[in-house]
Design a protein around this ligand. Structure first.
Ligand code: SAM
Length: 231
């Protein structure tokens, strides 16, 4: 099936947005021949596993016009670019430690006539920068690290009361128990786990985490300590 028909079967999108998704998929496939952006290259799979999966955040979170969102470990722009194609008013910051992926995103945004900030940094360094710390309504992250590590990377960016959404596979519940002490130390709690069923009966989980108090200045720690001694 084509990108357009998969999206049309599952969502009600304007022709302009359908064209933007097609354009982004074409550019992703073209650039993926020169650099490692994604293992998913078939149109059907791009539509389901990249686009519909990214857009499932709209069902799980109360994302509004102009919401401030930070995407940690965005890679080739997931979930951020689909979120932005769907609602171009969002104020999105995409962070990755690999600069070439961000250059791909910058080019894609220009082609799509969309605006977002891309930052080449490690999340644990940027999370200590006062310009980015505790400034976001939402942090989102897909396929970057185990939840116990991820909460230390992501929670510092959101305001008290803000939400971190971790996009996970079907085994998410095990990760929540392993992240209990990290969540306590970071002043955050799991409010719910949303199940997402994508076409083809693929199950995904979105772990919705609310920040209940400001992050202690000890966090995030250095990458070495985060990996050596997860909270
Ligand atoms: N989120 C995208 C997706 O779902 O397709 C990309 C996932 S990819 C498997 C993980 C990405 O996270 C890589 O691009 C990697 O460079 C980035 N990454 C890993 N650890 C990071 C860190 N500490 N700070 C920033 N980026 C990181």
């Amino acid at each position: 099936m084509s990108i357009r028909s998969v999206l049309q079967d599952n969502l009600n999108l304007s022709d302009e947005k359908l064209m933007a998704f097609e354009k982004f998929a074409d550019f992703l496939k073209e650039k993926n021949k020169q650099m490692n952006l994604t293992a998913i290259t078939d149109d059907d799979e791009i539509a389901v596993k990249h686009f519909l999966d990214s857009l499932s955040l709209y069902n799980a979170l109360d994302i509004r016009d102009k919401s401030k969102i930070i995407d940690i470990g965005t890679g080739a722009g997931f979930p951020s670019v689909p979120l932005l194609i769907y609602n171009k008013t969002l104020k999105i910051t995409m962070v990755d430690s690999l600069g070439k992926r961000l250059r791909f995103i910058d080019e894609a945004l220009e082609k799509l006539d969309l605006t977002a900030e891309t930052i080449h940094a490690r999340a644990e360094d940027l999370g200590r920068d006062p310009e980015y710390r505790e400034k976001y309504d939402f942090a989102v992250s897909r396929a970057v690290a185990g939840l116990n590590v991820l909460v230390e990377l992501c929670v510092p960016f959101i305001k008290a009361g803000g939400i971190f959404a971790a996009m996970k596979g079907p085994e998410a519940e095990n990760e929540i128990s392993a992240a209990k002490s990290a969540l306590d130390l970071l002043g955050a709690e799991v409010t719910e786990t949303k199940s997402v069923v994508l076409p083809g009966d693929l199950t995904r989980k979105i772990i919705v985490i609310q920040k209940v108090r400001e992050t202690d200045e000890r966090f995030p720690r250095t990458s070495k300590n985060i990996l050596k001694r997860p909270l």
